[in-house]
Write a protein that binds this ligand. Sequence first.
Ligand code: ZN
Length: 134
Amino acid sequence: MLKVEHIGIAVNNLAQSMPLFEKLLNTPCYKTEAVESEKVTTAFFRQGDTKIELLESTDPQGVIARFIEKKGEGIHHIAFEVTDIEAEMKRLQAEGFTLLNDTPKPGADNKLVCFLHPKGTNGVLVELCMERKE
Ligand code: ZN
């Protein structure tokens, strides 16, 4: 894995949280993007070499809505950048980790992504992501 590409933070309300994080990070949000498949709207902030991704649910039954219901707002996942996502998925599977999707799927910010089951990672939801080249 190359580096921490971004940290995902679950929020109730992007309109409220964006100005808060702009103040906190002292940088403007550079992109908001809806990810239909995940039922979320995302907002991205650059922070040095990495990013912060705020996630607001667009659906009361969505994963982010359910996460907030259980645990409250806060850190939702850590995303690592990889050069070859399929090779990394194979490697992790061989090491006994459980993948939440069998094939890489389209994520926010022009990425292919795969999540690992947090049961196998001490409760940390891990995302692998790779820049899409098309
Ligand atoms: Zn993410």
